[in-house]
Design a protein around this ligand. Structure first.
Ligand SMILES: Nc1ncnc2c1ncn2[C@@H]1O[C@H](COP(=O)(O)OP(=O)(O)OP(=O)(O)O)[C@@H](O)[C@H]1O
Length: 288
């Protein structure tokens, strides 16, 4: 893959559930090394988009390319193998297992050797492999500063710590692209600041490309390189955080603001057809 090629290329993806259009012709590209945020009101299609990228859902229409490969039909477990990791909006940890075990589970499919080769532990390279796994897990534990809780049962931890352990498990495979679905939801300010720092470090120091759904606009503005706004399953804006948040059409559609009642709106930074969508959506919302 060339450096210039986007790591992810989403081409005109639509996703329908019966009559519900969760996504309509959404297209965007994410470059290697970006920290890309997806924002939008409840039900806008953000999680649906993540699920299409991770393979949980198959788009009704459109294609998704990752590192130049068409992954549209690839099952979710194969997407993990090609380098896509994810966390979930609602925690998906094994509550009865320890922190260490949860992270080891994240690396499980990397183990070439398993119980069948167990008896040949010393001869098949299984021992070297296990040591390499342990080193990788230790590196993650250090990075996320969870060493003191390594033996704690995941279900007994605070919500903020469980979110951090979930992140640890998702990065255990060292994915090239990590999808974070509301990584700071339910956290207090201090936990949010910690999580934001880990995400930035993952991106800058570990070189992981990040796509993040986040409702906290302060965090989005602070750490994202670019932001895409979805509304009613449609992309209504895409650009630098400042551009997007100051776009009057986004403010109107997403934040429900209209602070320019007496003057015509300035030309939108989004294409006119998307601005029209934003206008129509704002009207739909007002009529609800
Ligand atoms: N499995 C499903 N079956 C039916 N409808 C679904 C399913 N998943 C999502 N939808 C619908 O698709 C639309 C988009 O939902 P989605 O969860 O992607 O939005 P979202 O932007 O992530 O919202 P939130 O911020 O509330 O999580 C909604 O109308 C939702 O009800």
């Amino acid at each position: 893959m060339s450096e210039k090629q986007p790591i992810l290329d989403v081409r005109d993806v639509s996703l329908h559930f019966g009559g519900v259009r969760a996504l309509s012709n959404v297209a965007f590209q994410v470059n290697r090394g970006e920290l890309f945020a997806i924002i939008g009101p409840n039900g806008a299609g953000k999680t649906s988009m993540m699920n299409c990228i991770s393979g949980r859902y198959s788009p009704t229409q459109g294609r998704i390319f990752f590192k130049g490969q068409d992954i549209t039909g690839l099952p979710a477990n194969r997407r993990t193998e090609v380098g896509i990791g994810r966390t979930f909006q609602n925690l998906a940890l094994f509550g009865h297992m320890t922190v260490l075990e949860n992270i080891m589970v994240g690396r499980h499919h990397l183990l070439r050797n398993n119980f069948l080769t167990g008896s040949l532990y010393w001869f098949t390279g299984a021992r070297d492999e296990e040591l390499a796994h342990r080193r990788a897990v230790e590196e993650i534990i250090d990075f996320l500063e969870i060493s003191p809780i390594r033996k704690a049962t995941a279900g007994t931890l605070s919500y903020g710590l469980r979110k951090r352990v979930e992140l640890a498990r998702a990065i255990a495979l060292k994915p090239d692209l990590i999808l974070l679905d509301e990584p700071m939801a339910g956290m207090n300010q201090e936990e949010k600041e910690d999580m934001a720092r880990y995400i930035v470090d993952l991106n800058e120091e570990w070189g992981m490309t990040v796509i993040m759904i986040e409702h906290d606009m302060g965090v989005v503005m602070d750490i994202s390189s670019r932001v895409m706004v979805l509304d009613f399953g449609q992309r209504i804006a895409l650009g630098l955080p400042d551009e997007v948040i100051n776009d009057p059409y986004v403010r109107k559609a997403y934040l429900g603001e209209d602070d320019t009642p007496d003057e015509p709106l300035p030309p939108p930074s989004v294409p006119p057809e998307l601005a029209a969508v934003a206008e129509a959506n704002a009207a739909r919302r007002a009529a609800r």
